[in-house]
Design a protein around this ligand. Structure first.
Ligand code: RM4
Ligand code: MN
Ligand code: MN
Length: 396
């Protein structure tokens, strides 16, 4: 790789970090069952310890996303322990994820539940999530709602839209000036007829209605098969409404597979839109890169290291696009030249450069190999195996 490309890749790598989710280290499964892994984390201490390993070996995951119900079941009372455990393990609490879907009362929705009492409880949980975020010094509160219905005619869609506007507006009013509300969308599952926040347009309208600190969160697995995700990204960037990502790969639905395992070019195109925007406008957009994956069969920490290193590689490659050349080719409608700007960058082998970058930061050149030979997995498997085998009930 020539000097200029190497510098571009180094700059990109210097600016890149990605948040990992606590729930990615726990035993997870499908609605048909769960395969237990001896090394999976069950407590928040264990999840943060595993996340600390990913950070120690890759150096680009300083923060961990937390799910209130699973990681802070006692609410604010859990904050000191979580903060201390994060510090002990060399990571910081990241985005705070309310859980407005698991409690029995949410059978017919949370913010849009027809019953006022349930809506109040949901709003109290949203407020608690904002308070937890403040105490943990986390900026982003990331809202994903399962609200929707399973059969035509069973829900008043317009009324529910209004209830969401009210709930989000009220929750936005509780944010500190430096906090952000991220609104995530998903077309279906668990609701199978209509979902109240089904796509990026709905999330955008809700975020606008909520207030200036609300932005849209794009989970790459939350789209229909043929949807052009990078176009959504480009539109949200141009509207200054792109708040963050939940990255994962998919083949069929919300599969939560390892990033880049199915379609690395898709992820590359998303990174390209972001970097192209930055080059063209001179503005570095404030976007939280986060992973939202659930590795049911692969080892959790290994899958996370695989994800993080793939994300780094795709981001570095996206930074190699020759924007001057691309802009000129687009302007001249030179299709072959324009397209090849993306393809040339995508096909560049950045692996030696990434190894060099890691060594320059005192990180292992091959994080996976070093992690696997560190003995950590054997140690935690021994500690956790018997408990894991006898507890197959909790989701995370
Ligand atoms: C959902 C969605 C949320 C995540 C949960 C666990 O499908 O992606 O972001 O918190 O899964
Ligand atoms: Mn998500
Ligand atoms: Mn999802």
């Amino acid at each position: 790789m020539d000097r200029k490309l190497r510098d571009l890749a180094f700059n990109a790598l210097n600016s890149f970090s990605i948040e990992i989710p606590s729930w990615g280290f726990a035993n997870t499964g499908t609605r048909f069952g769960k395969f237990i892994q001896p090394a999976a984390a069950a407590t928040i201490e264990e999840k943060l310890s595993d996340a600390g390993q990913v950070q120690a070996f890759t150096g680009v995951c300083p923060t961990v996303a937390l799910h209130v119900e699973w990681d802070l079941p006692k609410g604010l009372a859990d904050v000191p322990n979580v903060a201390a455990a994060a510090e002990r393990n060399g990571v910081r609490p990241g985005s705070i994820n309310p859980n407005l879907f698991q409690d029995q009362i949410y059978k017919f929705g949370s913010f849009a539940n027809p019953e006022a009492g349930v809506r109040e409880q949901a709003l109290r949980h949203a407020k608690l999530s904002v308070d937890i975020a403040r105490e943990l010094k986390s900026r982003d509160i990331s809202f994903w709602f399962t609200d929707g219905s399973n059969y035509p005619g069973t829900a008043n869609i317009r009324q529910r839209k209004k209830l969401f506007e009210e709930g989000l507006l009220r929750t936005h009013g509780q944010l500190q000036s430096d906090q952000r509300m991220l609104v995530e969308y998903k077309p279906f599952e668990p609701a199978f007829y209509h979902t109240d926040i089904a796509d990026w347009g709905m999330a955008l309208l809700f975020a606008r209605a909520a207030g200036p600190q609300a932005k849209v969160l794009v989970d790459t697995g939350h789209h229909y098969q043929a949807q052009n995700i990078e176009q959504i990204v480009a539109w949200l960037l141009s509207e200054n409404m792109l708040g963050g990502f939940h990255f994962n790969d998919r083949r069929y639905a919300d599969d939560d597979l390892t990033l880049g395992s199915i379609d690395p070019y898709q992820v590359f195109r998303i990174f390209h839109e972001i970097l192209f925007f930055k080059w063209e406008t001179g503005v570095a957009p404030d976007i939280a890169f986060m992973i939202d994956q659930s590795h049911n069969l692969k080892g959790k920490i290994e899958a996370m290291i695989q994800t993080v290193t793939m994300a780094q590689s795709l981001f570095a490659r996206a930074a190699l696009v020759n924007y001057e050349r691309l802009s000129a080719a687009q302007q001249n409608c030179d299709l072959i030249k324009a397209e090849s700007c993306l393809q040339d960058a995508f096909e560049t082998d950045v692996r030696p450069t990434i190894r060099e970058w890691r060594q320059s930061k005192g990180l292992p050149a091959d994080p996976m190999a070093d992690f696997l030979s560190s003995g950590y997995l054997d140690r935690v498997s021994l500690d956790r195996a018997s408990r894991n085998m006898s507890s197959i009930s909790s989701y995370a």
